[in-house]
Design a protein around this ligand. Structure first.
Ligand SMILES: Cc1cc2nc3c(=O)[nH]c(=O)nc-3n(C[C@H](O)[C@H](O)[C@H](O)COP(=O)(O)OP(=O)(O)OC[C@H]3O[C@@H](n4cnc5c(N)ncnc54)[C@H](O)[C@@H]3O)c2cc1C
Length: 455
């Protein structure tokens, strides 16, 4: 039987980053991945001169670990930060996209928010602090900022990040930093100002609000990680993995590769797959505990990559446009990756990324390719203001049944179950997007944190 020190389940960004950090510490690590490729939700697809992302288009350099990962990969993969000209965020209202205000004057002039709420926001620093620890993001923001801010800022933002519903996601769990601003400082405005004044160490300064990808697309990042880890340390197409504790705090693992049944032994196991994979993976966990671990809804999302050869004068120089749910459109939003990053589309052309589905319309994932293509082509004139009849030259449809985990109230029980399992089995680590955040930055940070448990 093969012996390994640490076996990691899943070769998404979390598993790969974790394995890479462990390899840097000279630990013996093996990744088992059920898919026939690495990357998990990350996949870049090149078609002609277009570069499409199937999963994430961007991340935020919100932790030093993100910058450090790219520093460690220097020579293999370069970080690309979004162009300054793509900073604007757009929000749909009525029949067009409006820029989200970025300063005082634009905040006063914007048609997105009501005059009542614009004046009311002046009182935000003095508004009473909330007392319900389970208050939703929507309710918290409505109480402090006003309904029009929820409708035209918070709701589309939550759609963009979680494909979720602001009134279903508790602020404490879904947006802990926002929740902490009110709890610690009594106000979003006072809290943001106080936080900006806190001196930062050189390492903390590496964390920024910059939007990033990898040069050439996110697949370059995962491929570089896989390269650095070494192909002999990664087994793809490892299916039916089952993990059982032995009687010496170690693990017996068996899986199928092709027609072969393979057995191996590990001192430690780290899982980085979604919650839905855990019941089959860890059959020894008692049903109630597994139920708490696994009780997590993943909103399905369709991402449609749209390639335009020639956009004429109509170049969308912005990060993207989000669509508030109160506008009753079929789309969650449209990102403009070729406005953010270089060489993603022909010189005069563009790549757009359409998002459809989420918690409000999970059934849209089942729509036929023809129907989705028709929605996209119709929106080109209606929303992006191209001439009637203009059609996309390239359309790629990517369906994600388990796209974005919703950190609803079940999260408390899930986190407790993870802790209980760790007490029972100290050499088993449950990681992945069932905890610690759903964005690229969160995943990278978690992988660094997990690897730091191993000396
Ligand atoms: C459409 C979409 C758009 C997104 N956009 C953004 C964005 O713009 N910005 C951002 O920050 N984040 C975004 N995200 C989220 C981001 O992509 C994820 O947080 C991140 O990629 C998750 O990485 P992971 O390694 O934790 O999980 P995954 O990528 O899901 O990797 C888990 C791996 O485990 C494997 N696995 C599962 N079960 C088993 C098993 N039983 N045995 C072996 N292997 C198994 C899977 O095949 C997979 O490779 C987006 C996600 C989606 C789906």
């Amino acid at each position: 039987m093969n012996e390994h020190d640490i076996v990691i389940i899943g070769a998404g960004i979390t598993g790969l980053t974790c394995a890479f950090q462990l390899k840097r510490k000279n630990r013996d690590v093996l990744i088992l991945e059920c898919n026939d490729r690495v990357g998990g939700q990350i996949k870049t697809v090149n078609v002609g001169s277009f570069t499409f992302e199937s999963g994430p288009n961007t991340g935020v350099v919100k932790y030093p670990e993100v910058a450090e990962l790219f520093e460690q990969l220097s020579g293999r993969c370069e970080m690309e930060t979004a162009l300054e000209s793509s900073k604007r965020r757009l929000i749909w209202k009525g029949s067009s996209f409006c820029p989200l205000p970025s300063g005082l004057m634009s905040a006063l002039r914007t048609p997105l928010f009501s005059w009542y709420d614009k004046f009311r926001i002046l009182g935000e620093p003095w508004r009473a602090k909330g007392t319900d620890p389970n208050e939703s993001v929507g309710s918290l923001a409505q109480r402090r900022l006003g309904k029009s801010y929820v409708d035209y800022a918070v709701d589309p933002f939550l759609s963009g990040v979680y494909a979720g519903d602001p009134y279903k996601l508790p602020a404490r769990l879904a947006l802990p930093r926002l929740y902490a601003l009110e709890q610690q400082y009594g106000s979003f405005i006072r809290g943001s100002m106080a936080k900006a004044r806190i001196p930062k160490t050189e390492r903390e300064k590496k964390a920024t609000k910059k939007v990033f990808s990898a040069k050439g697309g996110f697949s370059k990042l995962v491929e570089s990680l896989a390269d650095a880890i070494g192909s002999e340390q990664i087994v793809t197409s490892a299916t039916n993995i089952s993990i059982l504790p032995d009687d010496k705090n170690g693990w017996n693992i068996c899986y199928t590769k092709g027609n072969e049944q393979i057995q191996l032994h590990a001192n430690h196991v780290v899982t980085t797959c979604g919650a839905y994979s855990l019941p089959q993976l860890l059959p020894f966990v008692e049903p109630q505990l597994m139920n708490d671990l696994n009780n997590l809804y993943y909103a399905p999302v369709v991402q449609i990559g749209v390639g335009m050869q020639d956009c004429g004068e109509n170049q969308w120089k912005a990060f993207g446009g989000l669509i508030p749910s109160c506008e009753n459109k079929t789309l969650l939003g449209i990102l403009f990756p070729s406005a953010c990053f270089q060489h993603r589309a022909p010189e005069q052309g563009a790549v757009f990324s359409y998002f459809i589905g989420g918690v409000r319309h999970p059934e849209y994932v089942q729509k036929s390719d023809a129907e989705l293509t028709e929605w996209v082509n119709r929106s080109l004139s209606e929303m992006l203001k191209y001439p009637q009849g203009k059609r996309a030259e390239e359309i790629m449809i990517f369906r994600h049944e388990h796209a974005i985990p919703q950190y609803e109230l079940t999260t408390d029980a899930r986190l407790q179950a993870i802790d209980r399992l760790k007490e029972q089995y100290p050499t088993l680590t449950i990681a992945g997007n069932l905890k610690d955040g759903i964005g690229m930055g969160d995943r990278i940070k978690q992988a660094f944190d997990v690897s730091s448990q191993f000396t």
